[in-house]
Ligand binder design. Structure first.
Ligand SMILES: [Zn+2]
Length: 274
């Protein structure tokens, strides 16, 4: 995995002065994302396009901060371009637009594979038996470790937009584990009620799994039935891609997500052409 970026060593006062000047220009809004790259990247998110001008500017500023704060590295020979970094940064910043970059403070890097990647997983079941399995994944969030993504999966979303958003999905896992295990229960704000969250998410999850079993699960990605953590991650990506779906099928979940992310995508997207 790539090491975090390091600052250039200070050689003398003159160089220092130039570096400070550069830093000031960057912080004053002349960022590393060109206008052309930014407007091309905006095409990959209908929700981002629906934001007001000032909110889109905040999203761009936050994306720049994320690009400076995290390292991006290609695996298996993939060369990561500025356009690819910007694509991932914009989507990673949507969930934290009104939360702040500190919510991502406990991890430092994004690793991108050309396509699905193979992992070897070991886990212990409730009887204490250790199982070993090999899985092909398109995304993975390691606790306190890197986020790992398949570029092919991201490109597929951009070619045929639907309710999937791999980057937001993995970012939701990162938010989930801020207070411990991945269990679909991220650290809530002081004005939110944890018991209501647990009750409403559990009820929605149980209803979703029952509907899937009976063949009526044609709502959000069936992968949400894996466990409550995946239900929260899939609900989060759908909240930003097809919020009407969450609001219609799971209105209590929509309200909790709206209060957690401090955003209301339904209100924005109702004004935006598909
Ligand atoms: Zn997941």
């Amino acid at each position: 995995m790539a090491a975090p970026r390091k600052s250039a060593p200070r050689r003398n006062a003159r160089v220092n002065g130039r570096l400070k000047g550069l830093l000031r220009r960057r912080q004053s809004g002349h960022d590393g994302i060109s206008d052309a790259t930014w407007s091309r990247t905006l095409r990959t998110s209908r929700y981002a396009r629906s934001l007001s001008g000032p909110d889109r500017q905040r999203l761009r500023d936050l994306s720049n901060h994320l690009l400076r704060a995290k390292s991006f590295s290609g695996a298996a020979g993939l060369v990561v371009t500025n356009a690819m970094r910007t694509r991932m940064a914009l989507h990673a910043c949507l969930p934290i637009l009104n939360l702040g970059l500190d919510y991502y403070a406990d991890w430092a890097s994004i690793v991108i594979y050309p396509g699905d990647f193979r992992v070897h997983d070991e886990y212990m079941d409730e009887h204490g038996v250790v199982h070993s399995e090999i899985m092909d994944l398109c995304g993975q969030s390691l606790s306190h470790g890197p986020m790992v993504l398949s570029w092919e999966a991201i490109r597929a979303e951009d070619r045929t937009p639907d309710d999937h958003d791999l980057v937001i999905h993995e970012c939701a896992h990162k938010l989930d584990v801020l207070n411990g295990d991945a269990n679909g229960f991220p650290p809530l704000h002081a004005d939110m009620d944890g018991r209501e969250w647990a009750r409403d998410f559990q009820a929605a999850y149980d209803r979703f799994c029952a509907a899937l079993e009976s063949g009526n699960g044609n709502t959000i990605d069936p992968y949400a039935s894996e466990d409550p953590a995946e239900f929260f991650a899939v609900a989060s990506e759908t909240f930003f891609t097809a919020p009407d779906l969450i609001n219609e099928k799971f209105p209590a979940v929509y309200t909790h997500l709206q209060r957690f992310y401090r955003q209301d995508p339904c209100r924005h997207l109702s004004r935006e052409p598909a």
